[in-house]
Ligand binder design. Structure first.
Ligand code: 5GP
Ligand code: ZN
Length: 119
């Protein structure tokens, strides 16, 4: 299958990985809405919220709780939004959960700078 995020999981495409375990892979969004914009994906290919099983979804949410704390601590954001797109609003057709930090005062950082703080 020609899937961008499967290629990121298996290392065919490089990414700024900030967390990995047996089930999930988390990396920085290449076109961040804010510093620390992160994507959590299952290693196994699932299309969307209908397709993914509850055990995997629960594990993704556990990792989201953990990474939320890490992002808050390392980047000092003032809020954080979780987003998961489906259907027409889903650009990449491999399930992913966005973690989008919010800053009262916008902080411009390169992906590499953010990666060095979060890894
Ligand atoms: P969606 O609209 O499908 O929920 O969001 C897909 C996200 O994947 C977008 O925020 C986009 O910037 C990100 N993205 C697309 N291609 C790549 C890539 O090659 N590498 C990384 N790290 N993120 C990507
Ligand atoms: Zn995939």
């Amino acid at each position: 299958m020609d899937c961008l995020f499967c290629k990121i999981v298996n290392g065919e495409i490089n990414s700024y990985k900030i967390y990995e375990d047996d089930v999930v892979f988390a990396f920085l969004d290449i076109n961040p809405d804010s510093a620390g914009h992160t994507l959590i994906i299952p290693k196994k290919h699932y299309l969307d919220l209908d397709d993914i099983d509850l055990d995997t979804l629960t594990h993704i949410m556990k990792v989201a709780k953990m990474l939320k704390l890490r992002i808050e601590e390392k980047l000092n954001c003032d809020g954080l939004t979780l987003i998961q797109n489906n259907g027409l609003v889903q650009e990449v057709k491999h399930f992913h959960l966005h973690l989008k930090p919010f800053y009262k005062i916008k902080k411009d950082k390169t992906l590499e700078e953010v990666y060095n703080l979060l890894k």
